[in-house]
Write a protein that binds this ligand. Structure first.
Ligand SMILES: [Zn+2]
Length: 252
């Protein structure tokens, strides 16, 4: 049974993981170690004390500024922490104690880390993709998709279609995005990854169009695509069946 206490517990664990995803996301693209040195302010290099490392709370207590030099801390930190807490708890709520939950937490972790790297540096590091490839390989060996070869098919299709889109759109999709899709195809199977690709493109175009009208997005300046891949994949994974069924109803 899922109680409110379970959900709260997982939410808090999620906040802590989110804090770790920030460290990975901000450091990995700079080829820095994720364990050493301890967290510091990126501006004045003041080493953060335990009280400054509490997820979400520290950020708001310090009003989004470094305690030492008073410079602004990226809003991404509390946002990723809260998102991780929320998504981890939501996944548990929707799936329950199944082994599949581990796979879902894994792909959520990947999507949150590349959210940080892509928004901050416009890259999706190979090291992160390779690490998660190894984890997915083990997970899908223990609980394969049905049928098992859907992982291979999903991986290949999710490599070829984005590659084709990248070739005809010339720069609409980067190499990191393509590899990320291939990995998600392996983990989630053909149907989910195809829908995710479609939705990510749709969300990206929608956001780009509205952003251009509102003047938030500059013309010709590429948008980080990983956040849209994230939202697309979550929608496809949790609501894919519903979306496809209502689409098929429309065709009748
Ligand atoms: Zn500082």
């Amino acid at each position: 049974m899922i109680s409110a206490l379970h959900l709260l517990f997982i939410f808090i664990i999620g906040l802590v993981f989110g804090s770790f995803f920030n460290v990975i996301g901000f450091r990995a693209p700079l080829k820095q170690s994720i364990v050493r040195p301890r967290s510091r302010c990126p501006y004045c290099h003041d080493q953060l004390t335990a009280i400054e490392l509490i997820p979400v709370i520290s950020f708001f207590v310090q009003r989004g500024k470094c305690r030492h030099c008073k410079r602004r801390i990226s809003f991404l930190y509390p946002m990723i922490e809260l998102l991780t807490g929320f998504l981890f708890a939501a996944a548990f709520f929707l799936i329950g104690w199944e082994f599949e939950l581990v796979v879902v937490w894994t792909f959520m972790s990947l999507l949150l880390i590349v959210f940080v790297t892509d928004v901050t540096y416009m890259v999706i590091p190979n090291k992160i993709l390779l690490t998660f490839a190894a984890i997915f390989l083990v997970e899908r060996f223990i609980i394969p998709l049905n049928p098992w070869w859907d992982s291979l098919l999903g991986g290949v299709i999710a490599l070829l279609i984005p590659l084709f889109i990248a070739m005809i759109s010339k720069g609409g999709m980067g190499g990191g995005d393509i590899k990320l899709f291939a990995l998600l195809g392996f983990a989630l199977g053909t149907q989910t990854v195809l829908l995710s690709l479609f939705l990510a493109t749709f969300y990206g175009a929608l956001f780009g169009g509205i952003g251009l009208l509102l003047g938030i997005v500059q013309k010709g300046k590429p948008l980080p695509f990983a956040p849209f891949i994230g939202i697309g994949t979550l929608t496809a994974y949790f609501y894919g069946e519903k979306i496809l069924n209502s689409y098929l109803q429309l065709l009748k």
